[in-house]
Design a protein around this ligand. Structure first.
Ligand code: ZN
Length: 84
């Protein structure tokens, strides 16, 4: 479900934020990309990447939890519904 997600990785050289597709990284333990800002080749180690991925998963989990709570809240009859 993260295939279409992107993460932002700061270029260590020019600080340009590069949006990288998660699926590009899941295929290999170590990956590299070309910075959009300075065209340098940035190597991304899997450990660092997986930290970011864990953060991303946590955020998605939080969003899903909120969505579930919202649904429950909406379905639960509120006190106001019974007042005429
Ligand atoms: Zn750069």
């Amino acid at each position: 479900m993260f295939e279409d997600e992107t993460i932002d990785i700061d270029c260590p050289k020019c600080r340009h934020k590069n949006s990288i597709l998660v699926s590009d990284f899941e295929q290999s333990a170590e990956s590299q990309f070309v910075c959009e800002g300075c065209k340098a080749t940035i190597k991304v180690e899997s450990a660092a990447f997986h930290d970011r991925l864990e953060q991303l998963k946590k955020e998605v989990d939080d969003l899903e939890r909120e969505a579930t709570q919202d649904t429950r809240k909406a379905r639960r009859p509120r006190k106001d519904d019974f007042q005429i």
